[in-house]
Design a protein around this ligand. Sequence first.
Ligand SMILES: NC(=O)c1ccc[n+]([C@@H]2O[C@H](COP(=O)([O-])OP(=O)(O)OC[C@H]3O[C@@H](n4cnc5c(N)ncnc54)[C@H](O)[C@@H]3O)[C@@H](O)[C@H]2O)c1
Length: 373
Amino acid sequence: MSGGLAHQPSGLSSERTRVSVLGGGAWGTALALHAARMGHEVLIWALEPEVAKAINEQHENTTYLKGHQLPHNLRASNDIKEVAGYGELVLMVIPTPFVERTVSQIEGSVRDDAILVSCTKGILNDTLETPNEILKRVLPPRLHTRLAYLSGPSFAAEVAKEHPTAVTIAAEDDGVAKRVQELMSTSRFRCYRTHDVIGVELGGALKNVLAIACGISDGLGFGSNGRAAIITRGLDEITRLAVAAGASPLTLAGLSGIGDIVLTCTGDLSRNRTVGIRLGKGEKLEDITATMGGAVAEGVLTSRSTHHLAQKKGIECPVLEGIYRVIHEGADPVQVQTENMSRPLKAEVDARVAMAAHHAEVPAPPPAPPSQA
Ligand SMILES: NC(=O)c1ccc[n+]([C@@H]2O[C@H](COP(=O)([O-])OP(=O)(O)OC[C@H]3O[C@@H](n4cnc5c(N)ncnc54)[C@H](O)[C@@H]3O)[C@@H](O)[C@H]2O)c1
């Protein structure tokens, strides 16, 4: 008797299109490589002329994603308008501080049928805007329903190696999220979808701060108990902040929440965790940043935004706040840890999160299969 699974139709689409990628860093290049391997025609915008040149001539991004051969259907350009107007899917993979400046250059160039997928994780320091909020401020209303967000546990280097990866696509318009799912999913890169844009964005941004906390704990040699406590209580803080901003707590229990937290807080490829480990071992932030070769550990900037966001929302976030104090106020990590553990004792589950979980929308189950009788 043959196994049932072998007869199930594949959920993967064979449709191919043109894909633009704005941002030739590690993540932009890994996503471009993934799209090109799928058979899409891919054009990537790199800020640096040497990055575009290396991709076109050596078929490798020798600056940001060394050691990965890039196929010939992945080409690069320094002309942002040309790249923005090329694809049906426009993946925006730019660190948060540069999103506004970069995206304001593309408005008139994108195709009418384009879907713009933000793959950025962060919160702007000055305005506390997420990438979605920046994009809605900068782009004309006609494009607002064409926006989607990709987030989840995904190290660029592992996607480049085709290691199995699962991510979440968030979009207000379910048709837009489904289209991105179809065009980006493979048997090695599975995309789920949700409406909860703010939940996905805050999970993706705030986990970077938590990764620094885990790194510091590991750098101090505090062991597995401490790391597990930071991950769990950090998830609680992130969930409370996200719920206060309108997110569903269920989103934070998914790929863009706990999924990305586990990845970044335990994975050795995490830049944010590495920054934390080095801070925990007593190095200075300036010295650490100077050795990163232009790569961005977004958690350093996001820790400032988190501090202000928590104040604005009136949410107590001792773990995330502790990282702000260590990085931006020069506080001693051991002192911060001692103070956090000595706070007044409290219940584990927050009442507001419990209420939100009680009212959270759970999608209806699929219809039962027709009776075989
Ligand atoms: N690297 C990963 O594994 C990974 C995974 C998921 C999400 N992300 C997110 O993707 C985003 C991009 O990160 P990355 O890892 O690809 O970047 P990176 O650190 O590898 O490279 C830095 C990028 O910033 C660009 N840049 C520098 N100055 C700029 C400017 N003035 N204007 C526009 N661009 C400028 C560079 O050209 C380069 O593309 C970040 O929000 C990050 O959190 C990264």
